[in-house]
Design a protein around this ligand. Structure first.
Ligand SMILES: Nc1ncnc2c1ncn2[C@@H]1O[C@H](COP(=O)(O)OP(=O)(O)OP(=O)(O)O)[C@@H](O)[C@H]1O
Length: 300
């Protein structure tokens, strides 16, 4: 479990993380989302003792990271995949990590195998592609067989096969009862991987919800009727939000399809089409974070 309590991190006048209170539970994959610069990496760095909170606390398994007796056995992290000695081979890199953390040598071969780096284990890290570097970073995170995993954009640079592999790995680790916190900008990937979401905007908590709840909250109903204005007025009276689609259909949010059908019946309005529309995580995410995007291209 990871617990953040009023976590705040300021860099001079800039507030990177603002009074964040969240519990990341074990046994599920928690996606950590937010626009660029919203504070995800800074939060992870505070959890890992790499940045000191200005206020509040961040604990792992009930303790601040610095007080963990065997940090690598408790927490595995991938924060910067390029942060390693370029002259070392993958094997020597992991072996050095294992030695300095009193982990058995057998774990080195086990994680190399697990992440699929066997064929390049004795090649220098200098020549690794971003995807290979990501796999090595994940291997390092798993070296101590930790209860808690924090992965900052682990699929960055991976090809589709690699992305699918990370998805399976994260789901397996969560199914084993571990705490898995993973940040990503790939919404379709998060929709398939995460059970739960923590969403930040400008350092503040925007949402702490199960994925299906967020998707449900943004789901819509499409309804077509020759008496659309009458139906739209009834839907609004019942608390729904209505928009007119380009083809004359109504897009309704806030009411289920069955409720819209019943309303039409009550109003004596004919219906030619009625369907629930599921939203993608990307649409739900953009609706949630729209006002909190710090960097936006002109015209977008
Ligand atoms: N060492 C630092 N010194 C000064 N400001 C920093 C530092 N680290 C982060 N920041 C600022 O804090 C804010 C949050 O950055 P952070 O990297 O945590 O965001 P993020 O959500 O991980 O972004 P991204 O999705 O782009 O990786 C940004 O405005 C960033 O410029």
């Amino acid at each position: 479990m990871i617990e953040l309590d009023g976590l705040t991190k300021r860099y001079r006048s800039r507030v990177a993380v603002d009074d964040l209170t969240v519990t990341v539970e074990p046994g599920r994959v928690t996606g950590f989302l937010g626009p660029n610069g919203s504070g995800k990496t800074t939060t992870m760095r505070c959890v890992l003792g790499l940045a000191r909170p200005t206020a509040g606390t961040a604990t792992v398994l009930g303790r601040p990271y610095r007080e963990l007796a065997h940090p690598m056995r408790d927490v595995g992290a991938l924060v910067d995949p390029r942060a390693r000695h370029p002259g070392r081979t993958a094997h020597t890199h992991l072996l050095a990590l294992a030695r300095s953390n009193a982990l058995p040598r057998s774990r080195v071969d086990a994680v190399i195998e697990l992440v699929g780096l066997g064929p390049v284990a004795y090649e220098r890290v200098r020549g690794f592609s971003l995807g290979m570097a990501q796999r090595l970073g994940i291997a390092a995170a798993l070296l101590g067989d930790p209860e808690v995993l924090l992965l900052d954009e682990p699929v960055n640079g991976l090809d589709p096969e690699g992305i699918r592999w990370v998805r399976g790995l994260l789901r397996d680790l969560a199914a084993e009862g571990r705490t898995v916190l993973v940040s990503s900008h790939l919404m379709s990937e998060m929709q398939d991987t995460a059970d739960h979401l923590v969403v930040l905007g400008r350092g503040r908590l925007l949402a702490d919800v199960p994925v299906h709840e967020l998707l449900g909250a943004h789901a819509a109903v499409r309804v077509r009727s020759p008496e659309a204005p009458l139906l739209a007025a009834g839907i609004r009276r019942a608390g729904g939000r209505v928009e007119l689609e380009i083809d004359g259909a109504l897009r309704v949010e806030g009411l289920a399809a069955a409720r819209v059908g019943d309303l039409a019946h009550e109003l004596g309005v004919r219906v030619h089409e009625l369907a629930g529309i599921s939203t993608s995580l990307e649409e739900a995410y953009l609706a949630l974070t729209g006002d909190d995007v710090e960097y936006r291209a002109a015209g977008s």
